[in-house]
Design a binder for this molecule. Structure first.
Ligand code: GLN
Length: 257
C-alpha cells in the first residue's frame, strides 16, 4: 500500500496574530489535505515556544496590529528567528500575512518611530505610511506559468519595499499592494510567501493553497508527489465574485462609469 502522506502545519502566535479570518488559511489547508487522505497535524507555537527547524513542513503567520507585533517581536527574536531562517534556507514552505509578513522582513518602523527588528528571512522592510491601504486586492502572479490571480482583502498602513533577494508575489491589478506606489504585492523567497492578503486568502484561492501544499509535501516526499484534483467550483466562484466586485469598484472610483 502507498505510504500515507503526513504534513505538520505550524501556526505562529495564533491567539495574538490572527485578524480578518487569517485562521481560515489553516482550515483550508487542513481540509484540502483531509479530502485527499493526507494526515495533518496542526501545532501552535506561541510566546516562549521554541521551533525545531527540522520538524517544520508548513508555517503560517497571520496578521496583527502594531501593538501585537510589538508583543510578539522580542519573543520571535529569542525563540524562533534562528530556526525560521534555517528552515527558510532549507526550503520549508511558509505563508505570512500582513503583520506576520512584516515581521519576517528586516524591520518595521512604526508610526511612533519605533523600529521593530524582523527575522530577516525576506529582503524586505516596512515603514508606517501616512494612509491606510484598505480594500479588495487582485494580484496577478507572474511567476506562475498560468499567471493566475489571487484575491484578498488588505488593511495596512505599513508600506513594504523589496530588496533584490526576493521577488514580488504578484503585480497589483486592483488595490494598493506592498506600498501603494510600485504596483507590487507580497514577496517570495525560496518557498516563503509573504503578502497583505487577508480574507481568508486560501479558501478563495484554491490553486495557491495547493501550490503551498505541493511544495511542502515535495520537500518531505520528493518532487513526484502529486495532489489529487478536487472539485473547486465553489472556491473558484468565490474568487471570481471578489475579482469582479473589485474591478467594478475600481471603475466606479476612477470615474470610468
Ligand atoms: N500593523 C500593520 C499595519 O497596519 C499590520 C496590520 C495587519 O496585520 N492587518 O501595517
Amino acid at each position: 500500500m502507498a505510504e500515507r502522506l503526513r504534513l505538520t502545519i505550524t501556526h505562529l502566535y495564533p491567539e495574538l496574530m490572527n485578524v480578518y479570518g487569517d485562521r481560515g488559511n489553516i482550515l483550508a489547508l487542513a481540509r484540502r489535505c483531509e479530502w485527499r487522505g493526507i494526515e495533518v497535524r496542526e501545532e501552535a507555537a506561541t510566546l516562549g515556544d521554541r521551533l525545531n527547524p527540522g520538524a517544520l513542513d508548513l508555517v503560517f503567520f497571520g496578521g496583527g496590529q502594531d501593538r501585537e507585533q510589538e508583543v510578539v517581536a522580542p519573543d520571535l527574536q529569542v525563540t524562533k528567528a534562528e530556526a525560521l531562517r534555517e528552515a527558510a534556507e532549507a526550503g520549508v514552505t511558509m505563508l505570512l500575512v500582513c503583520g506576520g509578513y512584516q515581521l519576517l522582513g528586516k524591520f518595521f518602523r512604526t508610526h511612533t518611530g519605533t523600529e521593530i527588528p524582523g527575522v530577516g528571512v525576506l529582503d524586505a522592510w516596512t515603514i508606517a505610511g501616512p494612509r491606510r491601504l484598505i480594500g479588495n486586492v487582485v494580484v496577478r502572479c507572474d511567476w506562475d506559468p498560468q499567471r493566475r490571480t489571487l484575491v484578498g482583502f488588505e488593511n495596512h498602513s505599513g508600506q513594504t519595499f523589496l530588496g533584490p533577494a526576493c521577488q514580488p508575489l504578484g503585480s497589483v491589478l486592483v488595490g494598493g499592494g506592498n506600498n501603494g506606489t510600485d504596483g507590487q504585492e507580497g514577496a517570495i523567497y525560496r518557498n516563503v510567501f509573504g503578502c497583505y492578503l487577508h480574507g481568508s486568502l486560501l479558501p478563495k484561492n484554491p490553486w495557491f493553497a495547493d501550490e503551498l501544499l505541493r511544495r511542502a509535501l515535495a520537500r518531505r516526499y520528493g518532487p513526484e508527489v502529486t495532489l489529487a484534483p478536487l472539485d473547486d467550483r465553489l472556491e473558484v466562484q468565490a474568487h471570481d465574485a471578489v475579482a469582479r466586485r473589485a474591478r467594478q469598484l475600481r471603475r466606479v472610483r476612477s470615474g470610468a462609469w
